[in-house]
Ligand binder design. Sequence first.
Ligand code: COA
Length: 392
Amino acid sequence: MLRTSEQEASDFAPHHSNAMTRVCVGGIGVEIPEASISNEELVDSFNAWVDAENPNREARGLPPLAKSDAEFIEHASGIRQRHVYERDGILDPARMAPNIPARADDELSVMAEFGAAAARKALAHAGVEARDVDLVICASAHHQRPYPAIAIEIQKALGTSGAGFDMGLGCSSALAGLHVATNLVRSGAHRRVLVVTPELITAHLNFRDRQTHFIFGDASVAVLVEALGASEERPGRFEIVDTRSWTQFSNNIRTNFGFMSRLAQEDPSYLAMEGNLIKQNGNKVFKDVTIAGHKFIVDFLAEHGHTPETMRRFWLHQANARMNAMILKLAFGGEVGQDRAPTVLDRLGNTAAAGAIIALEETHRDMKPGEHGLLCAFGAGYSIGGALLRMM
Ligand code: COA
């Protein structure tokens, strides 16, 4: 049932009051593309390209390219398949990039469409009309363009009121968006904020790079952050107890793709462009983020009188199953199972900032009132974001 603006007027303190407002997750939406690619399919396409490329390299006196391996991918990352916006172009060894036709400026852009699909589901879950949302934040690791902000296009597509802006913080973008949204609602500046995270990563991924071609998948998520009455409890929804953001500069995950790329390239061909797509020193990221991530979790929880043991569930960033197991092992001092820290990356790949929210959406309905859980994402920047949630 939709809640009306009139009903709310009596439920909440007026805008811009000095009292700190309680905040909740009113609704969550997840949009996953239907098409998927298994490790075997991806590796077959990569290896076909290597077979075609190596004779040319040999003729130029270059060392041969090494092949990729499906077993390595699953063992190293835990990923078995990924869902993608478009699969034929990715699997075509002559292209190795999704076929996503350019759209005219007066058509809805792909990223806004993908974001709006998840946002509509979040609004339906919350039982809230678009016009009652007064801010849209498009918080994503990969933005299709600098301006006009994708959030404003989503605002138009949905018919939300107020304003919209984009922000990005690598794979911690959704958590950074939640951090901002929570504090804007808490302060009374906004009443309802939609944090939308469309991750169309395959468009930005270098499928000719053996180190990274298997990592990412596409997904879009949205979270509606709402004000909560002073003593209001909404069964089945989470109160956001607190949020936190941490960053420390690192070049170990980087993309240089942007308008400066053109100036530095002597050869503006597609191949030259590849050097500016996502690159990472995965092994270094693994070690650095594991150490920083477990410390962030323990310290953030301690500030609220919690320990890892008092969390019913952890919804961690979905990049690497071994990395999550290691973070939890350091935090708990022992192994932690799927029920405590569910994984979705085996079937979705790393969906950048969307991954932890997908885990949250899929695995919260069995939680009991009063139980707590921690959303925590980490990635490029380096960056880490956390949200401590209490089931109402
Ligand atoms: N197929 C087969 N072998 C491969 C391969 C592939 N696709 N990619 C790399 N290898 C090889 C390497 O060449 C290396 O071989 P060598 O030992 O003979 O030199 C070996 O596998 C190990 O490579 P390494 O890069 O150390 O692998 P890894 O165990 O660190 O796993 C990742 C790679 C990317 C899965 C892992 O480092 C990771 O997930 N890191 C964290 C990434 C992350 O969280 N990023 C955040 C993004 S949001």
